[in-house]
Design a protein around this ligand. Structure first.
Ligand code: HEC
Length: 185
């Protein structure tokens, strides 16, 4: 047998042998026995994603006035007066600037969904103590940031029903390339 024929036969034998063993479920080794199955309550604790349509939003509520107090105490140091900017970046203003020569991308001018603000703040802010805020505090902070640009009134409480209904200024500034690119791209 030539070398190449031997190699091919060996490869075929390996595939058959390995494939046969892999298909028999009762022959799959148990594994090294490391770790343990995560209980449902632990999985739920890590499962905090909010979808654009508001799926996953928790109970609770808050308005801009409550948010302003929390903002001054917890956020202002890094995001400036009324979210005008600092080491953490600018959160407010810039609406209508995106198509100009000097686009200012902020939460209020750029983000397409208000629900994402809730997800982001609850998950990651303040950056020094992520996930330390209550759900009421996060609703209040979202209301405060939006109210700076008049997207919600300072008296409007936000909750899981009202937050997804907010139309962000740049909601239609994004185009979807899935399942296909729109005409012209
Ligand atoms: C110690 C500084 C610090 C504090 C305090 C802080 N942030 Fe931030 N924040 C940051 C930094 C830094 C980023 C940018 C993180 C990145 O891009 O990965 C950020 C990003 C954000 C963003 C996303 C902005 C964008 O356009 O991507 C939001 C919203 C936000 N912070 C809200 C808050 C709120 C609300 C508070 C108060 C509860 C807060 N932050 C407190 C530092 C801070």
């Amino acid at each position: 047998m030539s070398i190449s024929k031997t190699a091919a036969a060996l490869a075929a034998a390996l595939v058959l042998g390995f494939g046969g063993a892999a298909l028999a479920a009762d022959k799959v080794p148990a594994g090294p026995g490391l770790g343990k199955e995560a209980p449902a309550d632990l999985v739920a604790k890590w499962s905090i994603s909010i979808l654009p349509d508001g799926t996953g939003l928790p109970a609770g509520k808050g308005d801009s006035r409550a948010g302003a107090t929390i903002y001054v105490r917890t956020c202002l140091g890094c995001h400036g007066t009324n979210g005008s900017g600092g080491t953490g970046g600018r959160l407010t203003g810039g609406i209508g600037s995106l198509t100009s020569d000097n686009p200012i991308k902020t939460v209020n001018s750029y983000w397409p969904y208000a629900t994402t603000i809730f997800d982001y703040i609850r998950r990651a802010m303040p950056i020094t103590a992520p996930q330390s805020l209550t759900d009421d505090e996060v609703y209040a902070l979202v209301a405060y940031i939006l109210s700076v640009d008049g997207i919600v009134k300072i008296t409007d409480p936000l909750d899981k029903d009202t937050l997804p209904k907010i139309q962000m200024p740049n909601r239609n500034g994004f185009v979807s390339f899935w399942p296909a690119a729109p005409k012209g791209f």
